[in-house]
Design a protein around this ligand. Structure first.
Ligand code: PMP
Length: 378
């Protein structure tokens, strides 16, 4: 089986699974119990917080709120910040190419008193800084942007955005880094709040964190036992937290070598695909090599994805979260593609474990499939 759908989810590594099983078997006690076993787990979680900050090169200005993943982190970061700070201003900004777990949150807040701006993205996959300067104001309290796009892999110009937000002291910058960690060299200290997710980095589904500057105040989404400084009630998932830490440390440790290997793999695929008359590659100046997206000119993406799947090759058309809806990709639409084009793109997304041999097999099978299926316009 060839698995090129790693932006949807990755296979947990052996180290992650071993660490999870060990913690779940031997350290199952509630970290909030005050007996010595509970306290042992609690103290270990506090050490893990520091390891997570260290892995991302963040200092003690930041803190980690463990939770169930990127969707929850985006909800807590954005809704939690808006609800706590709306008396200071009601304007929030995002882009048209965010994940639904940001866009739907913005829609929700729009219905609850927020003034919302959705920024355009230009053909290079960047935010127009002049447009940004025009829309940000003293009423803007939050900007939320993903540094690396989950569908097309382009890297946005976060540094430029940060330079501007610095002039607005009330405004915080939230970065959805679900597809950035392990996929792109990035200075995480550009964010005031950061979203990370375990299952995108060879960790486990249901584990993630919102990392934020300590001085930022949030309103919780969940009320109860008051865990995580009252910001995320619910018994701490000690084994899941251990697994997240192992996944993150391993991802960051081997990052440079893995990045180079996947650059080579992507380079091979681009070389083989760029002259194929049936496709047009969606390439950007600044992008992660871990995501490669292309449009099909005459074939239906869903038909090609199914044909590849029958050959034991797993890829996505648009993002997994949207692919069941059969709706066009909002990211491709935002980049100026028409509806038909926005429905017929293929996303290949890689993991450090993928090999050049797999890429060679992909090309062979893909070419055969493209030759054998009838185009949508025929
Ligand atoms: N943000 C981005 C950029 C994503 O790619 C995803 C997953 N597709 C999410 C958020 C949601 O992640 P999770 O499954 O951890 O909730």
């Amino acid at each position: 089986m060839i698995y090129f759908d790693n932006a949807s989810s990755t296979k947990p590594s052996k180290e992650v699974l071993e660490a999870y099983i060990n913690a779940a078997s031997n350290n199952f006690e509630n970290p909030n119990s005050i007996h010595k076993l509970g306290m042992k787990n609690f103290n270990e979680i506090n050490r893990i917080r520091l390891r997570i900050l260290k892995a991302l090169n963040l200092d003690s200005e930041y803190e980690v709120i463990f939770n169930s993943g990127a969707t929850e982190s985006n909800n807590l970061g954005i809704i939690g910040y808006f609800n706590k700070n709306k008396n200071r201003g009601n304007h929030i900004i995002t882009t048209k190419v965010e994940h639904d777990s940001v866009l739907e949150v913005f829609k929700y807040l729009e219905n609850h008193g927020a003034k919302v701006t959705y920024l355009d993205i230009n053909k290079d996959g960047e935010i127009d800084i002049d447009e940004f300067k025009k829309v940000i104001s003293k009423d803007t309290i939050l900007v939320s942007i993903m540094p690396v796009n989950n569908e097309l892999g382009f890297a946005l110009n976060i540094k430029d955005i940060k330079e501007i937000t610095k002039n607005y002291p009330k405004c915080v910058l939230h970065l959805d880094c679900a597809q950035t960690v392990g996929k792109y060299p990035f200075d995480y200290s550009l964010g005031d709040m950061l979203t990370i997710s375990g299952h995108k980095i060879n960790g486990l589904k249901g584990s993630g964190a919102l990392i934020k500057k300590k001085k930022i105040n949030l309103e919780p989404l969940l009320y109860g036992g008051g865990q995580e400084n009252n910001l995320r009630s619910g018994t701490l998932d000690y084994p899941g937290i251990v697994a997240l830490c192992v996944a993150l440390e391993n991802t960051m440790k081997d990052f440079n070598q893995n990045y180079k290997n996947i650059q080579d793999l992507q380079g091979f695929l681009i070389e083989k695909l760029k002259n194929n008359p049936e496709i047009s590659l969606n390439i950007f100046k600044n992008k992660t090599p871990f995501i490669l997206n292309f449009n099909l000119k005459t074939k239906k993406a869903s038909v090609v994805v199914e044909a590849l799947s029958n050959e034991d090759i797993m890829v996505s058309s648009v993002s997994a979260c949207n692919s069941k809806k059969e709706s066009p990709s909002h990211v491709l639409l935002a980049l100026g593609k028409n509806e038909e084009e926005a429905k017929n793109a293929i996303r290949l997304s890689f993991n450090k474990t993928n090999t050049l041999d797999e890429a060679k097999i992909f090309i062979e099978k893909f070419n055969k499939i493209i030759d054998s299926i009838i185009g949508r316009k025929l």
